[in-house]
Design a protein around this ligand. Structure first.
Ligand code: A2P
Length: 340
């Protein structure tokens, strides 16, 4: 069964009590819980700037119905997410932590075999949780241990040993500290490298994906290998280090949104969902949070999808930060293995 059929089956089995009818997908994992295909992102740039408001924002997101949250050691949002979860339990917005799907990510300075388990334990401590639902290698990049910052210092870039880092990720899953493991920002070639030695294949590859960067090749590859794509920056992440205005200013998307009586953001989110991926979106505004959940009872027409599929492509975040004449990736071509 291909990923799409599996997803359709799983969404048709949704019970009336599931959160806001967000469809779910059974990941490759030790979890008896499936992943909700719409999640709430918590990367706010500059990192740490909105820590005070983040807990309240996440609490509001839980209140309006989000049950899937995405954080990372880099973002400095693990702690506010943990506090929001404690408050949500206390306020009885949720009955148990198990109702939530929580993802975090291993930062590049911990992408060394012996740093992985301590990094995950620190993440769990920040979150005040006993387990993650999903733990991802944030980038196919290692830097010398110690720093948690983006951009990384180019002089600190060192080659990543994917085999040994992935073995440590597998150990984390075997210990029950995370229910599933995956990667982020990986090309087909780097996924092949992991798959060639993995005992547990990556469940997820979280990548930039929106109508202006559709990831057609990577999606086909991941579908064949049973790896779920998660889309970050589905709205283009306007105003961030990794963002672009091109998505929210796209004339075609504006036209489609107007014709359908939906917002441009909803058109983007619906488009990504219809491609068979999990979508991670973030809004600090309660009305927009709700609006972004409201994408599951209408469709794009075949003609609208065809027009979107023909949009010129532009990668918002090529991540030149990880390229250096003296580092392991000497060009963007090498970092992305030509998928740029
Ligand atoms: P805000 O928090 O003010 O709503 P991405 O998910 O691609 O990273 O984009 C996140 C950005 O998009 C945030 O700046 C967020 O701003 C904005 N955003 C989120 N949802 C919507 C929406 N429905 N309409 C317009 N902008 C949105």
């Amino acid at each position: 069964m291909d990923a799409r059929t599996k997803m359709q089956e799983s969404s048709s089995q949704l019970s009336a009590t599931s959160y806001q009818s967000v469809p779910t997908f059974p990941l490759h994992s030790t979890n008896d819980k499936a992943i909700p295909l719409l999640g709430f992102g918590t990367a706010e740039y500059p990192f740490g700037a909105s820590i005070d408001t983040m807990k309240q924002t996440i609490l509001e997101a839980i209140e309006v119905g989000y049950r899937h949250f995405d954080t990372a050691a880099l973002y400095q949002t693990e702690q506010p997410l943990g506090e929001a979860i404690s408050d949500a339990l206390r306020l009885r917005l949720i009955k148990s932590r198990d109702e939530l799907f929580i993802t975090s990510k291993l930062w590049c300075s911990d992408a060394h075999h012996d740093c992985v388990l301590p990094a995950l334990k620190k993440t769990l401590k920040n979150l005040k949780l006993e387990y993650l639902d999903l733990y991802l290698i944030h980038w196919p990049v290692s830097v010398k241990p110690g720093e948690y910052e983006l951009p990384v210092k180019k002089k600190d870039l060192v080659p990543i040993d994917l085999k040994s880092v992935w073995e440590a990720m597998e150990e984390c899953q075997a210990l029950g500290l995370t229910k599933s493991i995956g990667v982020s920002n990986f090309s087909c070639k780097k996924l092949e490298t992991i798959l060639s030695t993995a005992k547990i294949p990556p469940a997820v590859n979280q990548v930039e994906m929106n109508p202006m960067w559709q990831q057609k090749k990577l999606r086909k590859f991941c579908d064949e290998k049973g790896i779920l794509i998660e889309s970050y920056s589905p709205l283009g992440a306007k105003g961030t280090l990794w963002g672009t205005n091109r998505v929210m200013e796209c004339e075609l998307l504006k036209e489609i949104a107007q014709a359908k009586g939906k917002s441009l953001a909803q058109v983007c989110l619906r488009w990504a969902y219809e491609q068979g991926v999990c979508v991670l979106v973030k809004s600090f505004n309660k009305e927009r949070m709700k609006q972004n959940l409201d994408i599951f009872d209408w469709k794009l027409s075949a003609e609208e999808s065809r027009k979107i599929s023909q949009l010129p492509q532009f990668k918002g975040f090529p991540a030149g930060e990880f390229v250096s004449d003296d580092g392991p990736y000497k060009s963007l071509e090498e970092l992305w293995d030509g998928e740029i």
